[in-house]
Structures are given as C-alpha cells and as structure tokens.
Design a protein around this ligand. Structure first.
Ligand code: AGP
Length: 610
C-alpha cells in the first residue's frame, strides 16, 4: 500500500525523503513523489515507476534549498499509475500525501468544482487536498481545516500536509490508515511505519483518530479540533536500521525465514509462566478462554492459513469448535455470533482493511475480540478488546513467512491454555507442549534452515513447471494451503492445495504425465492414506516430491521421485519445521526464476483497501 514520509529539520529535506521512501518500497507501489516547502513556495516533483525515476527527475529539477517536505509512494486505487496521479497532490495553499481511500470523493469534487476548484488527476486524493484548502481559505486555521475536511470525508486516510505559508511545519491526521510521527533534537518526522525513519529514531507516536499532529523540528503537538493539546503514547521498537535491512541475505524473505527460530523463541518464551501459557493482562487466559462456546478465527491470506492451524490445535486439544473465516467474506455473511463466542483476528500488519472491518463488525455485534498482530500499535491491535503481539520483528517481504510461524505458535499456546481451562489437558501434558514450543521447535526449524541448499537443489528441478499440486491430510492439508500460496505469489507457478483424499473426487483428472505433485507427510497416523494418494497420482504419470519428517521416512516406503526429509523432534509440532521447508522451497523456486522475490508483481505487503 501507499507509503508516507515527511521531514522537517536542519538538513536538506529531499535526500531524507528519498531515503525514507526507499525504506517503504516494500509496501508495494507504482509511482512516487515529493513536495518541498521553502520561502512560502511548494515545489512538487512526481513520477510513475520506481523511486530511481523520481531521483533522476529531482536531479534534473531546480530545487529550492528546502529543509521541510513530504514524500509518497503510491499503490494505485483510483486512477492508473502516472505522474499526474502520483502524490503529493497540490491545492492553492498546500501539498498533501495520502494513504487510504476517500469513498465519497466524487461528491466532494462536485461541490468543490462549484467553488471554482479544478481537478487535474483521476485520484480521490486530489479531492482531499482541495477540501482541506477550501476550509483553510475559510478559517485560516490549519487544524480546523483538517478536522472539518476529515468530518466530511468517508473512507480511510492518513494525511501528511504542508501549508505554503506555514514554514518548517508538517500536519498529520489519520482515520483507519496507519501513520506515525516522531521528533528528535534536530528533526520532526512523519511516516507510514517505523522502518522509514529508523535511521533517525526508534521512538514514535501513533496518532489517535481525529487528532492533528503538528510536527516541527524537535517538537510535536497533538491538538484536538478546538486546538487543545492532548497526550499521545510514545512507542519504542528495538528494530535498528540494520535489523530492518537484509543483513547480508539476498532477499528480505530469505532473512525472515532464517529469523524464524529467534522469532518463535521471542514470541513463545515470554508467554510461559511456570511452564504453561500466560498472556498476562494482554489477553484472556485459561479460565476466561474456557468460557467461550465457539471461536471464530478471521483473517486474510497467509494469516487465514495460520487460522487453520489454530482450528486444528484448539479443536484437538480443547474440544472447542472453531470456525475459520476469510475476513473479506466475514461481515457480508451475517455471521452467526453467539454471546459466548470469541472472534480472533490474525494479522501481521494489523492494517489489513478486510480484517479491520471484520473486527469492527464483531465488536458492533458485541462479540469478544482478540487480535494476534505483529505490528505494535497497529489499528487491529488498538481496536480489539485484547491483543497478543507476535514478536517477530519487522516483516518486510511481501510474502509472509516468520509471521505465519509465530501466529501458529501463539495459536498453539492459546489452544493449550484453553484446554487447561476446560480441564481437557493435564498440567504435565501442557508443560510438555510448552517446553517443546520454546526449545524443540526453534531447534528443529534451525535444523531445517541448514538444509536450505539441499532444498534449493530440489526446488530448481521444479522451476520449469507451470502447474503443481500440494496434497496432504489432516493438518498437512492445512499446511498445503500455505505452501501453495507461497509458491504462487512469489514464483508465479500456478499451484493448488488439495486434501489428499479429495483428489479422486474430480481434480485428479488434471493429473497427467509429468504433472508435479508435492505430498506433505508429518502425521504418522495418516501416512498410509497419503501414500495411497501418491500411488494414485503416480499411476497417472505424476512426478511426486514428498516432503516428510525423518522418522516417517525411516519407517515407511514412500514411492516418490524426489524427497525432502526434515527433523521434527516432537511430531505433533512438526508443522513449524514443515512450514520452513515449504517456505524455502517456494523461495528457491522463485529465486531460480530470477524474480523479484521481495516485491512480487501486483502484490502489496499490507492491503489497506477493501
Ligand atoms: C502473505 O504471503 C500474503 N502476502 C498475504 O496473503 C497476507 O498474508 C495477507 O494480505 C494478510 O496480511 P496481514 O497478515 O498483514 O493481515
């Protein structure tokens, strides 16, 4: 989604804006631009394409000696990617950058046109710029103008605004879309997220909705619409710039897969007290969890796939029915939510519009909500009744990997806590699983990471295929959904995940000579069944890659063309090692195809529009 950066301080603004926009590239974009404020004038430079194109344009433009400006990377929602549609958008008194969607921009355009405003772009954002200008011309008060305009707009927005006649100052206001502000001794900054300003500070504020942040060098004032100062909580991340960079890996995705052992340890260990799960005051614990009659896990994409793992463990250990829903469908299906239900929202970014909307729907229905989120202070985290943070650190690659693993880890702990609360599990068994989660699982995943080169060799044998099936049974069928999405979204190889027992009910008609089938086996009790499915597809000419735990590979004769066997010292938690194998397989297949693994075509890291 769009990225916002703003700087005001002692240094030339343009290079700092470019540096910030480069750190935001991972959000996915198709154009970019900056607006520089100096001597009562605003100079805007915008371009379609990568930031390098903008940099070249800046080099060929006579720029003012500006120490204040705003910048933007645009992920098009209204109007095609173009120079004119790129942000910042200008009006007579200001320049504005925006992340979000103004749903009623046509109506705003109509009444502003009658007031003499001309529209040159196809964007909703230009309407916002003129609307703020309209109120500023009327009130000569930037805070009042921003609040009045915000009242009139429907949809989502995070705005960074500079006014030509207000030097060295950036104004920020948000609704639904993310925006943070920060101040150091020599600067004031705004950004879509912390990675854009880590070079300057690791302390920042999220702006409450309806509050205007007035950002100057070294100071920020948070004002309500009456101009009264309000307090905002400062947050701190321990993410240094180096941590948010690639640290020597070829891609962010590779780095983040290799961070999984540490991410799992950091997420699990602080949530264990006397050997069993304890989420402290952040979230409901055993007794509270035990009271829920039904749990709904609602998420998108990879997070939804983690929800399938949560269902498997919660139903198996706690015997509580769990419904997993795609967030974009949830609120339109008039879901049946009982008064003793719990809705769990899973989201790495905490800004996914569909997941946020599902959360609001559940809350409006009076249902208890729990968020499991990776980005501290994000919208889903802030609006849920309670939140458990996955402490995976920044996930920059568009393809989610470590976030999936830590989401599954939290869901396993929640399942154990629920099972204990419902008397479905002994303290000893709970302690065994929790110990395995904090010790065995990270070690097993680390062992898989050492196999990366071997996995790469196998993956390269499949880079030429255009269609591929993932099959498994039980929790392996759930894992296959994630393995398939990983492969599709970064290698562009079409793949489909199928419950192994279901193939013969139709889809096996697609299995012909040479069609690759990946069979995942981590559940010993279901191994024979999957072997039968392997035989079925092999008899039709399929080429089978079996991804299987070491112990099962030792004990069963599996008819396959290729095999990746991996360690899982605690079989019922083999999913964590299997996830890393599936992620590395997809990563190496995409890398071998020479693709932009971290920024796959058409995709954004956080889908903040519906
Ligand atoms: C994951 O690889 C995908 N990029 C995508 O499916 C993602 O998981 C989904 O958009 C949900 O994002 P969230 O976890 O930030 O809500």
């Amino acid at each position: 989604m769009c990225g916002i950066i703003g700087y005001t301080g002692e240094q030339k603004a343009a290079p700092i804006l470019i540096e910030g926009l480069s750190a935001l590239e991972y959000r996915g974009y198709d154009s970019s631009g900056v607006a520089l404020l100096a001597d009562g004038e605003i100079t805007a430079v915008k371009s379609k394409g990568r930031i390098a194109v903008l940099e070249e344009k800046l080099e060929n433009t006579k720029l003012p000696e500006a120490t204040c400006g705003i910048g933007h990377t645009r992920w098009a929602t209204h109007g095609e990617p173009s120079d004119i549609n790129a942000h910042p958008h200008l009006s007579s008194s200001l320049a504005l950058v925006h992340n979000g969607i103004i749903e009623n921009y046509r109506a705003i355009e109509n009444h502003l046109s009658l007031s003499g405003y001309d529209f040159v772009s196809q964007t909703d954002t230009e309407a916002a710029a003129h609307l703020i200008d309209f109120y500023y011309q009327k009130t000569n008060d930037p805070v009042e103008a921003l609040c009045s305009a915000a009242d009139e707009m429907r949809g989502s927005f995070a705005f960074g605004v500079v006014f030509a006649n207000i030097p060295d100052t950036i104004y920020a206001i948000r609704k639904d879309s993310p925006l943070i502000v920060a101040a150091t001794g020599s600067a004031g900054l705004i950004a879509s997220d912390i990675t854009a300003i880590l070079a300057h500070t690791n302390k920042y504020f999220r702006i409450d909705e309806g509050i205007v942040a007035v950002v100057k060098k070294g100071e920020i004032n948070f004002l309500d619409r009456e101009g009264k100062k309000v307090a905002q909580n400062e947050e701190t991340v321990d993410w240094t710039v180096s941590r948010a960079q690639k640290s020597g890996f070829s891609h962010f995705m590779q780095k983040e897969i290799f961070e999984e052992p540490d991410a799992i340890r950091k997420t699990v260990t602080p949530r264990l007290l006397s050997g069993i799960p304890d989420f402290g005051n952040d979230a409901p614990n055993g007794e509270t969890l035990a009271k829920f009659d039904r749990i709904h896990i609602v998420a998108c994409g990879t997070a939804m796939h983690a929800g399938l793992i949560g269902k498997a463990f919660t139903e198996r250990l706690a015997r509580v029915p769990v419904n997993v829903e795609i967030a974009s469908e949830f609120r339109y299906r008039d879901p049946i939510l009982g008064e003793n239900d719990l809705v769990i929202l899973l989201s790495q970014s905490g800004e996914t519009a569909d997941t946020l909307a599902a959360l609001r729907h559940a809350k409006a229905r009076g249902t208890a909500t729990l968020a499991i989120v990776n980005v501290i202070g994000s919208s889903v985290a802030r609006e849920a009744d309670s939140v458990i943070y996955t402490l995976a650190g920044p996930e920059i690659a568009v393809a989610s990997t470590k976030a999936y693993s830590v989401q599954c880890a939290v869901l396993v702990l929640l399942a154990v806590s629920t099972a204990l609360g419902r008397g479905q599990m002994s303290q000893a068994d709970a302690e065994d699983i929790c110990r395995a989660m904090s010790e065995n699982v990270p070690d097993d995943v680390a062992a898989v990471l050492k196999m990366s080169d071997d996995i790469c060799k196998v993956a390269k044998k499949y880079t030429g295929c255009e269609d591929l099936f993932y099959i498994g049974r039980g929790i392996d069928a759930d894992m296959c959904t994630e393995g398939s999405l990983k492969l599709k979204e970064i290698s562009y190889i079409h793949s489909e995940a199928y419950a192994a027992g279901e193939l013969k009910h139709g889809t096996i008609s697609l299995v012909t000579e040479g069609v690759p089938v990946v069979a995942l086996i981590t559940e010993r009790a279901l191994c024979e069944k999957v072997i039968s499915a392997i035989r079925e597809v092999k008899s039709r000419g399929a080429r089978v890659l079996c991804i299987v735990t070491d112990d099962i590979a030792e004990d069963f004769d599996i008819p396959c063309d290729d095999m990746i066997r991996f360690p899982a010292s605690v079989p019922e938690l083999a999913l964590f090692s299997a996830a890393s194998v599936l992620q590395l397989f997809a990563y190496h297949a995409a890398s071998a195809r020479g693709l932009d693994v971290d920024k796959p075509r058409n995709l954004a890291k956080s889908v903040t529009v519906e």
